[in-house]
Design a protein around this ligand. Structure first.
Ligand code: FA5
Length: 349
Protein backbone atom coordinates (compact mmCIF):
# COMPACT_ATOMS: atom_id res chain seq x y z
CA UNK A 1 0.00 0.00 0.00
CA UNK A 2 2.88 2.40 0.75
CA UNK A 3 4.21 1.94 -2.78
CA UNK A 4 0.76 2.48 -4.21
CA UNK A 5 0.56 5.83 -2.40
CA UNK A 6 3.91 7.04 -3.82
CA UNK A 7 3.06 5.96 -7.33
CA UNK A 8 -0.39 7.56 -7.07
CA UNK A 9 1.01 11.00 -6.24
CA UNK A 10 3.35 11.32 -9.24
CA UNK A 11 0.68 11.42 -12.00
CA UNK A 12 -1.47 13.76 -9.87
CA UNK A 13 1.44 16.09 -9.29
CA UNK A 14 2.18 16.09 -13.04
CA UNK A 15 -1.46 16.98 -13.86
CA UNK A 16 -1.45 19.81 -11.32
CA UNK A 17 1.80 21.17 -12.68
CA UNK A 18 0.43 21.12 -16.23
CA UNK A 19 -2.92 22.76 -15.36
CA UNK A 20 -3.46 26.12 -17.01
CA UNK A 21 -6.66 27.28 -15.36
CA UNK A 22 -8.74 27.07 -12.20
CA UNK A 23 -11.33 24.78 -13.82
CA UNK A 24 -8.69 22.13 -14.39
CA UNK A 25 -7.38 22.45 -10.79
CA UNK A 26 -10.89 22.18 -9.39
CA UNK A 27 -11.46 19.04 -11.47
CA UNK A 28 -8.31 17.41 -10.06
CA UNK A 29 -9.34 18.48 -6.55
CA UNK A 30 -12.75 16.87 -7.01
CA UNK A 31 -11.24 13.61 -8.25
CA UNK A 32 -8.68 13.35 -5.45
CA UNK A 33 -9.62 15.21 -2.27
CA UNK A 34 -13.42 15.56 -2.39
CA UNK A 35 -15.85 13.01 -1.07
CA UNK A 36 -15.66 9.88 -3.24
CA UNK A 37 -12.15 10.83 -4.52
CA UNK A 38 -8.86 8.85 -4.55
CA UNK A 39 -7.78 9.74 -1.00
CA UNK A 40 -11.18 8.91 0.44
CA UNK A 41 -11.05 5.51 -1.32
CA UNK A 42 -7.64 4.80 0.21
CA UNK A 43 -8.76 5.76 3.70
CA UNK A 44 -11.80 3.54 3.28
CA UNK A 45 -9.59 0.57 2.36
CA UNK A 46 -7.46 0.78 5.54
CA UNK A 47 -9.75 -1.31 7.80
CA UNK A 48 -9.34 -4.25 5.42
CA UNK A 49 -5.50 -4.26 5.84
CA UNK A 50 -3.78 -6.54 8.37
CA UNK A 51 -3.69 -4.79 11.79
CA UNK A 52 0.06 -3.96 11.96
CA UNK A 53 0.02 -2.30 8.52
CA UNK A 54 -2.86 0.02 9.24
CA UNK A 55 -1.07 2.87 11.12
CA UNK A 56 1.53 3.32 8.39
CA UNK A 57 -1.09 3.15 5.64
CA UNK A 58 -3.18 5.80 7.44
CA UNK A 59 -0.13 8.02 7.85
CA UNK A 60 0.74 7.73 4.15
CA UNK A 61 -2.81 8.39 3.00
CA UNK A 62 -2.77 11.61 5.06
CA UNK A 63 0.63 12.54 3.62
CA UNK A 64 -0.77 12.03 0.13
CA UNK A 65 -3.74 14.23 0.99
CA UNK A 66 -1.46 16.99 2.32
CA UNK A 67 0.88 16.71 -0.66
CA UNK A 68 -2.00 17.09 -3.14
CA UNK A 69 -3.40 20.02 -1.11
CA UNK A 70 -0.01 21.75 -1.09
CA UNK A 71 0.52 21.15 -4.83
CA UNK A 72 -2.92 22.58 -5.60
CA UNK A 73 -2.30 25.68 -3.44
CA UNK A 74 1.05 26.24 -5.13
CA UNK A 75 -0.53 25.86 -8.59
CA UNK A 76 -3.25 28.39 -7.71
CA UNK A 77 -0.60 30.88 -6.62
CA UNK A 78 1.25 30.29 -9.87
CA UNK A 79 -1.91 30.93 -11.92
CA UNK A 80 -2.71 34.11 -9.95
CA UNK A 81 0.84 35.41 -10.49
CA UNK A 82 0.56 34.66 -14.20
CA UNK A 83 -2.78 36.46 -14.48
CA UNK A 84 -1.36 39.52 -12.73
CA UNK A 85 1.65 39.48 -14.97
CA UNK A 86 -0.57 39.24 -18.06
CA UNK A 87 -2.68 42.13 -16.87
CA UNK A 88 0.40 44.24 -16.18
CA UNK A 89 2.01 43.66 -19.56
CA UNK A 90 -1.22 43.54 -21.59
CA UNK A 91 -0.24 40.14 -22.94
CA UNK A 92 -3.21 37.98 -23.88
CA UNK A 93 -5.47 41.00 -24.48
CA UNK A 94 -7.47 40.42 -27.65
CA UNK A 95 -9.37 43.52 -28.78
CA UNK A 96 -11.30 41.49 -31.35
CA UNK A 97 -13.06 39.32 -28.72
CA UNK A 98 -16.76 40.13 -28.32
CA UNK A 99 -17.48 42.19 -25.19
CA UNK A 100 -19.39 40.89 -22.18
CA UNK A 101 -23.13 41.25 -22.76
CA UNK A 102 -24.63 43.80 -20.40
CA UNK A 103 -28.35 43.32 -19.95
CA UNK A 104 -30.19 46.64 -19.87
CA UNK A 105 -33.19 47.41 -17.74
CA UNK A 106 -36.28 49.14 -19.07
CA UNK A 107 -39.36 50.82 -17.71
CA UNK A 108 -42.17 48.55 -16.61
CA UNK A 109 -45.17 49.23 -18.90
CA UNK A 110 -47.17 50.40 -15.86
CA UNK A 111 -44.45 52.89 -14.97
CA UNK A 112 -44.11 54.05 -18.59
CA UNK A 113 -47.85 54.75 -18.95
CA UNK A 114 -48.06 56.34 -15.47
CA UNK A 115 -45.22 58.71 -16.34
CA UNK A 116 -46.85 59.58 -19.67
CA UNK A 117 -50.15 60.35 -17.97
CA UNK A 118 -48.43 62.36 -15.23
CA UNK A 119 -46.73 64.47 -17.94
CA UNK A 120 -50.01 64.92 -19.78
CA UNK A 121 -51.99 65.95 -16.70
CA UNK A 122 -49.31 68.16 -15.15
CA UNK A 123 -49.11 69.99 -18.49
CA UNK A 124 -52.83 70.75 -17.95
CA UNK A 125 -52.23 72.15 -14.44
CA UNK A 126 -52.90 69.00 -12.38
CA UNK A 127 -50.75 68.13 -9.36
CA UNK A 128 -49.77 64.51 -8.62
CA UNK A 129 -50.92 63.36 -5.17
CA UNK A 130 -49.91 60.28 -3.24
CA UNK A 131 -51.54 58.49 -0.32
CA UNK A 132 -50.93 55.49 1.92
CA UNK A 133 -51.64 51.96 0.67
CA UNK A 134 -52.56 50.98 4.23
CA UNK A 135 -55.57 53.23 4.66
CA UNK A 136 -58.14 53.97 7.33
CA UNK A 137 -61.65 52.68 6.85
CA UNK A 138 -62.68 56.31 7.22
CA UNK A 139 -60.78 57.59 4.15
CA UNK A 140 -61.44 54.51 2.05
CA UNK A 141 -65.19 54.37 2.77
CA UNK A 142 -66.85 56.64 5.31
CA UNK A 143 -65.59 60.01 4.05
CA UNK A 144 -66.72 58.90 0.59
CA UNK A 145 -70.36 58.61 1.61
CA UNK A 146 -70.10 54.84 2.20
CA UNK A 147 -71.01 54.39 5.88
CA UNK A 148 -70.59 51.10 7.76
CA UNK A 149 -73.16 48.51 6.68
CA UNK A 150 -73.76 50.37 3.38
CA UNK A 151 -74.38 47.74 0.70
CA UNK A 152 -71.97 49.53 -1.66
CA UNK A 153 -69.11 48.21 0.50
CA UNK A 154 -69.75 44.85 -1.14
CA UNK A 155 -68.73 46.32 -4.51
CA UNK A 156 -65.09 46.11 -3.38
CA UNK A 157 -63.98 43.02 -1.45
CA UNK A 158 -61.70 44.43 1.18
CA UNK A 159 -58.52 43.16 2.84
CA UNK A 160 -58.95 44.22 6.47
CA UNK A 161 -55.88 44.59 8.66
CA UNK A 162 -57.26 44.70 12.20
CA UNK A 163 -60.13 43.19 14.14
CA UNK A 164 -61.78 46.56 14.90
CA UNK A 165 -62.03 47.19 11.14
CA UNK A 166 -60.19 50.52 11.29
CA UNK A 167 -57.39 49.71 8.84
CA UNK A 168 -57.69 48.34 5.31
CA UNK A 169 -55.51 47.88 2.25
CA UNK A 170 -57.01 50.65 0.13
CA UNK A 171 -59.48 49.27 -2.39
CA UNK A 172 -59.35 52.31 -4.67
CA UNK A 173 -57.35 55.48 -5.19
CA UNK A 174 -60.57 57.39 -4.34
CA UNK A 175 -59.35 57.13 -0.72
CA UNK A 176 -56.90 59.91 -1.60
CA UNK A 177 -59.84 62.09 -2.74
CA UNK A 178 -60.87 62.52 0.89
CA UNK A 179 -57.30 63.38 1.95
CA UNK A 180 -56.90 65.85 -0.96
CA UNK A 181 -60.25 67.50 -0.28
CA UNK A 182 -59.43 67.99 3.41
CA UNK A 183 -56.16 69.70 2.47
CA UNK A 184 -58.09 71.82 0.00
CA UNK A 185 -60.57 72.80 2.74
CA UNK A 186 -57.61 74.09 4.79
CA UNK A 187 -56.45 76.16 1.81
CA UNK A 188 -59.95 77.59 1.33
CA UNK A 189 -60.21 78.47 5.04
CA UNK A 190 -56.80 80.15 4.91
CA UNK A 191 -57.89 82.14 1.83
CA UNK A 192 -55.06 80.62 -0.22
CA UNK A 193 -57.15 78.67 -2.72
CA UNK A 194 -56.99 79.89 -6.32
CA UNK A 195 -59.48 77.60 -8.12
CA UNK A 196 -59.58 75.22 -9.79
CA UNK A 197 -57.87 72.47 -7.77
CA UNK A 198 -56.76 69.70 -10.13
CA UNK A 199 -55.10 66.50 -8.99
CA UNK A 200 -54.36 62.98 -10.17
CA UNK A 201 -53.45 60.04 -7.93
CA UNK A 202 -51.77 57.08 -9.62
CA UNK A 203 -51.27 54.12 -7.32
CA UNK A 204 -51.63 50.53 -6.27
CA UNK A 205 -54.91 49.21 -4.87
CA UNK A 206 -55.94 45.85 -3.43
CA UNK A 207 -59.06 43.71 -3.50
CA UNK A 208 -59.79 40.25 -2.24
CA UNK A 209 -60.73 39.04 -5.70
CA UNK A 210 -60.84 35.69 -7.39
CA UNK A 211 -58.27 36.43 -10.07
CA UNK A 212 -58.70 35.86 -13.80
CA UNK A 213 -57.37 37.40 -17.02
CA UNK A 214 -59.00 40.76 -16.27
CA UNK A 215 -59.07 40.74 -12.44
CA UNK A 216 -56.07 40.96 -10.14
CA UNK A 217 -55.99 41.23 -6.34
CA UNK A 218 -53.34 43.95 -6.66
CA UNK A 219 -53.71 46.39 -9.52
CA UNK A 220 -53.24 50.05 -10.43
CA UNK A 221 -55.71 52.88 -10.72
CA UNK A 222 -55.40 56.56 -11.38
CA UNK A 223 -57.82 58.87 -9.66
CA UNK A 224 -58.60 62.30 -11.04
CA UNK A 225 -60.16 65.11 -9.04
CA UNK A 226 -61.07 68.66 -10.04
CA UNK A 227 -62.79 71.18 -7.76
CA UNK A 228 -63.74 74.74 -8.65
CA UNK A 229 -66.67 77.04 -9.31
CA UNK A 230 -69.49 75.56 -11.42
CA UNK A 231 -67.53 72.47 -12.44
CA UNK A 232 -69.88 70.45 -14.64
CA UNK A 233 -70.20 67.22 -16.60
CA UNK A 234 -69.03 69.23 -19.64
CA UNK A 235 -65.66 69.80 -17.93
CA UNK A 236 -65.47 66.12 -17.09
CA UNK A 237 -66.08 65.10 -20.73
CA UNK A 238 -63.49 67.62 -21.93
CA UNK A 239 -60.85 66.23 -19.54
CA UNK A 240 -61.62 62.63 -20.55
CA UNK A 241 -61.30 63.43 -24.26
CA UNK A 242 -57.92 65.04 -23.62
CA UNK A 243 -56.87 61.97 -21.64
CA UNK A 244 -57.78 59.64 -24.52
CA UNK A 245 -56.12 61.87 -27.11
CA UNK A 246 -52.96 61.74 -25.00
CA UNK A 247 -53.05 57.95 -24.63
CA UNK A 248 -54.06 56.93 -28.16
CA UNK A 249 -52.65 59.92 -30.06
CA UNK A 250 -55.95 60.83 -31.77
CA UNK A 251 -59.53 61.86 -31.12
CA UNK A 252 -61.59 59.01 -29.64
CA UNK A 253 -65.36 59.08 -29.42
CA UNK A 254 -66.80 58.56 -25.94
CA UNK A 255 -70.18 57.94 -24.38
CA UNK A 256 -71.50 58.10 -20.82
CA UNK A 257 -73.80 55.53 -19.24
CA UNK A 258 -75.33 55.93 -15.80
CA UNK A 259 -73.22 54.28 -13.09
CA UNK A 260 -73.60 54.11 -9.34
CA UNK A 261 -70.88 55.10 -6.90
CA UNK A 262 -71.94 56.61 -3.56
CA UNK A 263 -69.29 59.36 -3.76
CA UNK A 264 -70.46 60.87 -7.07
CA UNK A 265 -73.80 62.25 -8.19
CA UNK A 266 -74.54 61.88 -11.03
CA UNK A 267 -72.26 58.89 -11.60
CA UNK A 268 -71.26 57.47 -14.98
CA UNK A 269 -69.43 54.66 -16.68
CA UNK A 270 -67.43 56.16 -19.52
CA UNK A 271 -66.98 54.03 -22.64
CA UNK A 272 -64.50 54.80 -25.42
CA UNK A 273 -64.98 53.81 -29.05
CA UNK A 274 -62.71 50.80 -29.60
CA UNK A 275 -59.39 52.17 -30.89
CA UNK A 276 -58.55 48.84 -32.58
CA UNK A 277 -61.50 48.16 -34.89
CA UNK A 278 -64.54 49.55 -36.68
CA UNK A 279 -66.87 46.55 -36.70
CA UNK A 280 -66.08 44.85 -33.40
CA UNK A 281 -63.11 42.74 -32.24
CA UNK A 282 -62.06 40.56 -29.34
CA UNK A 283 -60.82 43.56 -27.32
CA UNK A 284 -64.22 45.32 -27.38
CA UNK A 285 -66.07 41.99 -27.26
CA UNK A 286 -67.65 42.76 -30.67
CA UNK A 287 -69.45 45.84 -29.31
CA UNK A 288 -67.08 48.57 -30.69
CA UNK A 289 -67.15 50.18 -27.22
CA UNK A 290 -64.67 49.66 -24.39
CA UNK A 291 -65.68 50.27 -20.80
CA UNK A 292 -62.90 52.56 -19.70
CA UNK A 293 -63.57 54.34 -16.43
CA UNK A 294 -66.18 55.28 -13.87
CA UNK A 295 -66.58 58.96 -13.11
CA UNK A 296 -69.03 61.62 -11.97
CA UNK A 297 -69.55 64.86 -10.11
CA UNK A 298 -68.26 64.79 -6.53
CA UNK A 299 -71.21 64.10 -4.21
CA UNK A 300 -72.13 67.13 -2.04
CA UNK A 301 -71.99 64.86 1.05
CA UNK A 302 -68.30 64.15 0.31
CA UNK A 303 -67.46 67.84 -0.08
CA UNK A 304 -69.36 68.60 3.13
CA UNK A 305 -67.63 65.79 5.06
CA UNK A 306 -64.24 67.11 4.01
CA UNK A 307 -65.05 70.67 5.05
CA UNK A 308 -65.85 72.18 1.63
CA UNK A 309 -69.13 74.05 1.16
CA UNK A 310 -71.04 72.34 -1.70
CA UNK A 311 -73.09 75.51 -2.18
CA UNK A 312 -69.94 77.29 -3.38
CA UNK A 313 -67.82 74.55 -4.84
CA UNK A 314 -68.36 71.59 -7.11
CA UNK A 315 -66.08 69.06 -8.73
CA UNK A 316 -65.68 65.96 -10.83
CA UNK A 317 -63.75 62.76 -10.19
CA UNK A 318 -62.77 59.76 -12.25
CA UNK A 319 -61.16 56.42 -11.43
CA UNK A 320 -59.13 55.10 -14.34
CA UNK A 321 -58.29 51.38 -14.29
CA UNK A 322 -54.61 51.97 -15.07
CA UNK A 323 -53.78 48.25 -15.33
CA UNK A 324 -56.54 47.77 -17.91
CA UNK A 325 -55.43 50.83 -19.86
CA UNK A 326 -51.87 49.45 -20.00
CA UNK A 327 -53.31 46.16 -21.30
CA UNK A 328 -55.21 48.03 -24.03
CA UNK A 329 -52.21 50.10 -24.94
CA UNK A 330 -49.82 47.16 -25.37
CA UNK A 331 -52.30 44.45 -26.37
CA UNK A 332 -51.67 42.42 -23.16
CA UNK A 333 -54.34 39.76 -22.75
CA UNK A 334 -53.89 38.85 -19.06
CA UNK A 335 -53.69 41.42 -16.25
CA UNK A 336 -51.86 38.91 -14.04
CA UNK A 337 -48.77 39.21 -16.24
CA UNK A 338 -48.24 42.81 -15.14
CA UNK A 339 -47.10 42.07 -11.59
CA UNK A 340 -45.88 38.52 -12.21
CA UNK A 341 -42.21 39.56 -12.27
CA UNK A 342 -41.77 37.18 -15.20
CA UNK A 343 -38.71 38.38 -17.14
CA UNK A 344 -39.88 36.68 -20.34
CA UNK A 345 -42.84 39.05 -20.26
CA UNK A 346 -41.00 42.15 -19.04
CA UNK A 347 -38.14 41.89 -21.52
CA UNK A 348 -40.59 42.57 -24.36
CA UNK A 349 -40.91 46.21 -23.31
C1 FA5 B 1 -63.74 52.41 -8.35
O1 FA5 B 1 -62.76 51.90 -7.86
C2 FA5 B 1 -64.09 53.83 -8.06
N1 FA5 B 1 -63.27 54.30 -6.98
C3 FA5 B 1 -63.89 54.65 -9.34
C4 FA5 B 1 -64.44 56.04 -9.30
C5 FA5 B 1 -63.60 57.11 -9.03
C6 FA5 B 1 -65.78 56.26 -9.58
C7 FA5 B 1 -64.12 58.39 -9.01
C8 FA5 B 1 -66.29 57.54 -9.60
C9 FA5 B 1 -65.44 58.59 -9.30
P1 FA5 B 1 -64.34 50.34 -9.83
O2 FA5 B 1 -64.45 49.36 -8.72
O3 FA5 B 1 -65.28 50.16 -10.96
O4 FA5 B 1 -64.52 51.83 -9.30
O5 FA5 B 1 -62.86 50.30 -10.39
C10 FA5 B 1 -62.39 51.25 -11.31
C11 FA5 B 1 -61.61 50.57 -12.43
O6 FA5 B 1 -60.59 49.76 -11.88
C12 FA5 B 1 -62.47 49.58 -13.26
O7 FA5 B 1 -63.14 50.27 -14.30
C13 FA5 B 1 -61.42 48.65 -13.81
O8 FA5 B 1 -60.81 49.20 -14.97
C14 FA5 B 1 -60.39 48.63 -12.71
N2 FA5 B 1 -60.53 47.40 -11.90
C15 FA5 B 1 -61.48 47.11 -10.99
N3 FA5 B 1 -61.27 45.91 -10.43
C16 FA5 B 1 -60.15 45.41 -11.01
C17 FA5 B 1 -59.38 44.21 -10.84
N4 FA5 B 1 -59.71 43.28 -9.95
N5 FA5 B 1 -58.27 44.04 -11.59
C18 FA5 B 1 -57.89 44.99 -12.48
N6 FA5 B 1 -58.56 46.16 -12.67
C19 FA5 B 1 -59.67 46.36 -11.95
Amino acid sequence: MTETLESLFEPIRARIAAATDEDELRKIERETLDKGGTVAALLAAIPSLPGPKRPLAGKRANELKNAIGAALAEARERLARLAMERERTGAGFDPTLPGARISRGGLHPLVAVTRELEDLFTSMGYVVLDGPEIETDYHNFEALNIPRDHPARDMQDTFRLDLEGKLVLRTHTSAVQARGLKRLADEIRAGRFAPPFRAIVPGKVFRQETTDASHEHTFHQMEGLVVGKDVSVGHLIGAMKTLLRGVFGREIEIRLRPGYFPFVEPGFELDARCPFCKEGCSVCKRSTWIELLPCGLVHPNVLQECGIDPEHWSGFAFGLGLSRLVMLRYGIDDVRLLLSGDLRFLEQF
